[in-house]
Ligand binder design. Structure first.
Ligand code: HEM
Length: 147
């Protein structure tokens, strides 16, 4: 006899998982443009201080002001908000913008570690932090140009 599991419809709860990636819902969950700025400040703080990030920190200029500004404006658009990066700097192709750098697995993991730590510092839902990490792991992998 085959037993088929049929849940009692009254036990199926309404889906409450937040939806990200639609319109500017991701930017809103990140705290708007000001929230993204805080996230990026924290990201570069970790890049500046974590021993695991020393090699990727050394790839950047000593003054991180422009890097902060570029990543903030890029992420605002990437999260569904206004295209601040292209308004200011023109179009960008993320893997292309990193082609002159030597990025392997360790460098990619260091970058994602800084982002995870920065997300953990924000007042974000756990599910939102996971969403951002999964989504950023794709462009991070695309930036990798060696093992
Ligand atoms: C995978 C590891 C990554 C490393 C090691 C890395 C490293 C760097 C470095 C060193 C720069 C400065 C380049 C220069 O001054 O010439 C840079 C620029 C930038 N990165 Fe990354 N990055 C990584 C991944 C990402 C990802 C996943 C994103 C976005 C989703 C991103 C967004 C940017 C942006 C927007 C710029 C500014 C580009 C420009 O206007 O020239 N990066 N990155």
């Amino acid at each position: 006899m085959t037993l088929i599991y049929r849940p009692d419809p009254s036990s199926v709860k309404e889906k409450t998982t937040p939806v990200y990636g639609v319109g500017d819902s991701t930017l809103t969950a990140a705290g708007g443009e000001e929230g993204v700025k805080c996230l990026v400040d924290s990201f570069y703080h970790y890049m500046d201080t974590l021993p695991e990030a020393a090699d990727i920190r050394a790839m950047h200029a000593s003054d991180l002001t422009e890097s902060r500004e570029k990543l903030t404006t890029f992420l605002i658009g990437w999260m569904g908000g206004p295209s601040r990066y292209s308004e200011k700097y023109g179009s960008i192709n993320i893997p292309g913008a990193h082609r002159h750098l030597s990025i392997g697995i360790a460098e990619k993991e260091a970058w994602l570690l800084c982002m995870q730590k920065a997300l953990d510092d924000q007042d974000y839902e756990e599910v939102f932090k996971r969403y951002v990490m999964v989504q950023l792991s794709f462009p991070a992998e695309m930036c990798r140009n060696r093992t």
